[in-house]
Ligand binder design. Structure first.
Ligand code: PFF
Length: 455
């Protein structure tokens, strides 16, 4: 099991980091992080989010990497190999289901990025008032057909990369797109900060108001940390099953967490100054990015319309690409499972996954328009899928992964993986195991209990 060589590997160390970062960095950072921050009152939420990254995200990511690289299997297969015939396999199955559900609603928003790329190319994102930008988004998202078609296009694009295979498809695309996105985000940070009243946005982002803390803020911050790091569903363990023997798991995890957090914070620095500057409420929800950003281009480059035009096209293309490296990773979790566990040839497995996600994605997309009144536990289909996965399934998965690695997995394996068979020095090893055994599971458990109002 552990050394079978018939699985493909990522070609290089940087390839492993970039592919994992490509999975982590996506709409979760640039679209979801700002609107969750806005919904939960700003800086205090961000502070909790950072704590979650540090005490849960980073250690659990290393644990996921260890499980994946050691077993060299899809997420369900790895628990089968490491804990045969035990209930631990449930972690794998729940992860595959979470990957499938997230991909279904995520691809709807990914489709929106294609619409905005299209609108940018057609020069429709200029000469508008903030209200007109808001109307543009509402009209589009409520339309039954357009968002659905873009969602299907996005799923088909993802499908194509998945059948091209891991190395050619995933690694190469991440290597080019990630650095480009990073540079463009930096440019936009500069633009947004130059807008009038930018300080108000920065205050909202960085000056915590602890009176805003309540159980929902804790749960929201934890959910965002898991969602943003692609954690708790076996996505990074699936990618780690393609890592080479000398990939340094601790360093890779730290790089991914730092890159991911930086992109999220920078997205906040782009969105909030702009939102305050043009009077958009920070709690506008999923529409926040799409109604705020066009204003940034228009106002920051008022005297240089051509530059605004080119940069906005580039931004939406890169946003779509960031979403793309994430949808690929989710698709890979489910496809590798169907392929290896159900013994369905890889290409056919990919077709099943794509068709399944499109079906659920159609419902998620329609929940902004014709199906808006259909509620599950008071939430639209889209919001229900989002909350169920990020606020329940991923943290629960993370908690179980943490307990599994801390208590059940042979400690020799835990050590071998993090130290590459004793080759690397790991000064914080004891702390790492202590966090996995106690800190992370208890913290996640407390946040769940707190949310249920049991305190
Ligand atoms: N981390 C991705 C983002 O922030 O956009 C979303 C995601 C990708 C979640 C892969 C889960 C996953 F398995």
């Amino acid at each position: 099991m552990s050394n079978s060589n018939d699985r493909v590997n990522f070609g290089s160390r940087i390839g492993a980091i970039l592919a994992s970062a490509g999975s982590a960095v996506g709409l979760g950072n640039i679209w979801r992080f700002p609107y969750e921050t806005g919904n939960h009152g700003g800086a205090a939420f961000i502070l909790l989010y950072l704590v979650c990254i540090l005490v849960m995200g980073l250690p659990i990511m290393i644990a996921e990497f260890s499980i994946g690289r050691h077993s060299r299997a899809n997420t369900a297969g790895s628990y089968k190999a490491l804990a045969p015939k035990s209930a631990w396999q449930g972690i794998g199955y729940m992860g595959v289901l979470a990957g499938f559900l997230i991909l279904s609603f995520y691809s709807v928003v990914a489709g929106w990025t294609l619409e905005y790329t299209w609108q940018a190319v057609a020069n429709n994102l200029t000469d508008k008032t903030p209200d007109e930008f808001a109307t543009l988004f509402t009209t589009f998202s409520q339309d039954p057909w357009r968002p659905m078609l873009w969602m299907v296009v996005f799923m088909i694009m993802t499908h194509v990369i998945i059948i091209m295979g891991v190395k050619k498809g995933i690694e190469q695309s991440s290597k080019i797109m990630m650095p480009m996105l990073f540079v463009l985000i930096l440019v936009l940070v500069g633009c947004s900060l130059s807008l009038p009243d930018a300080e108000k946005g920065l205050t909202f982002l960085f000056k915590p108001d602890f009176s805003k803390l309540n159980p929902d803020v804790f749960l929201g911050a934890m959910g965002q940390a898991f969602f943003s790091l692609s954690l708790g569903l076996g996505c990074l363990s699936t990618y780690a099953s393609y890592f080479g023997k000398d990939t340094n798991l601790g360093k890779t995890a730290a790089s991914v967490a730092v890159i991911d957090t930086m992109v999220a914070i920078m997205a906040g620095v782009i969105i909030f100054p702009a939102a305050f500057s043009v009077g958009i409420s920070p709690d506008a929800g999923p529409s926040l990015l799409f109604i705020t950003l066009p204003n940034v281009f228009q106002m920051a480059f008022a005297d240089m319309p051509l530059l605004a035009y080119v940069l906005s096209i580039m931004f939406y293309i890169l946003l779509a690409l960031a979403a793309f490296t994430s949808t690929i990773s989710m698709h890979e979790v489910v496809t590798a499972f169907v392929n290896e566990e159900w013994k369905v040839p890889r290409k056919r497995a990919a077709v099943y996954v794509t068709l399944g996600c499109i079906t659920l994605g159609v419902l998620a997309s329609l929940s902004f328009g014709p199906l808006n009144d259909f509620k599950i536990l008071g939430l639209s289909i889209f919001d229900f899928l989002d909350s169920l996965t990020s606020k329940v399934m991923l943290p629960l998965g993370g908690m179980l992964i943490s307990i599994f690695t801390g208590w059940k997995l042979e400690q020799r394996i835990v050590w071998d993986e993090i130290s590459n068979g004793g080759k690397l020095k790991v000064p914080l090893f004891k702390l790492y195991v202590f966090i996995l055994k106690y800190v992370a599971p208890i913290a996640i458990g407390l946040i769940f209990v707190n949310e249920l109002g049991l305190f």
